[in-house]
Design a protein around this ligand. Sequence first.
Ligand code: PBG
Length: 339
Amino acid sequence: MPRPTYPPIAPPFPATRPRRNRADAWSRRMVAEHRLDPSDLIWPVFVVDGEDRHDAIASMPGIERLSIDRLIGAATEAHDLGIPAIALFPVTPAGLKTPGGQEATNPDNLICRAVRAVKRALPEIGVICDVALDPYTLHGHDGVVIDGEIANDVSLEILAEQARVQAEAGCDVVAPSDMMDGRIGRVRRTLDEAGYPQTRILAYAAKYASGFYGPFRDAVGSLGSLGKKGKETYQMDPANGDEALREVALDLAEGADMVMVKPGMPYLDVVRRVKEAFAVPTFAYQVSGEFAMIEAAAAQGWLDGERCMLESLIGFKRAGCDGILTYAARDVARKLRGG
Ligand code: PBG
């Protein structure tokens, strides 16, 4: 959208008094440029094996790992609140992790069972699945390791098969978060050949090697596996902005339907540049560490958690996001609905 150039034509003070429009609540509402709605929110949920489980996650206050039966109830509430989609992340039992991450391609793995159950109970909600091997590998990397390297092209084969079993289970959107080169094209080709031309791809196009993923790795149990090793050989350097545009261009050329920037708050300049350069559906992920920062400060009484969460999310919209993945989605939607 073209914006007026500055300075705009306006007479100086005292004819112009910007405070006039801010003087009353109705007036502030009337001139508000952005609004947060439950339809802007995508809710990431951790899924765990078993029944009637809702395990707390120490580093993510208020967030629980849910067993599939509990997930159905949570998804139903999210849908009733107007949240369009949930993003599922599996907590893989330690015994199923291998160096090659084979469980990722098991059509009956936890995530596929969760997808089937949700789509059976609630076909109207969008279900998004992560495509990456880190919940399944003993080393906690997103691809397979050969001779100490994350082997790009070998990983593509497994990731594409992982996406295929997710689509087969009924997943609406596959979201490759692995940052291997060429993965979007490889996944698109596999889905098309397997008869899933309608399965969408949300590319984690600009995903940075971030310290803010710590609590997530704790939640899915990949932290212990990964240890002090980093993902810098495949995730992006936080110093780079132009490179994000190249990554997005590649993913779109390979068939991505939507793109994502991740993490969110430290990278809102990237969101803005991506949206302006490509004008495609653009999402950002308010990641676990961003959530934990707000919640931890709120728990100490240092921040008004609810207010800071809403302020952070409207910042994503102002930056140009079409939607935001946030662990606070359900709570925020309840609040927006007046609950
Ligand atoms: C795994 C994946 C990660 C997140 C989403 N998918 C962690 C990582 O890359 O190590 C992070 C989400 C969060 O921190 O909330 N591929």
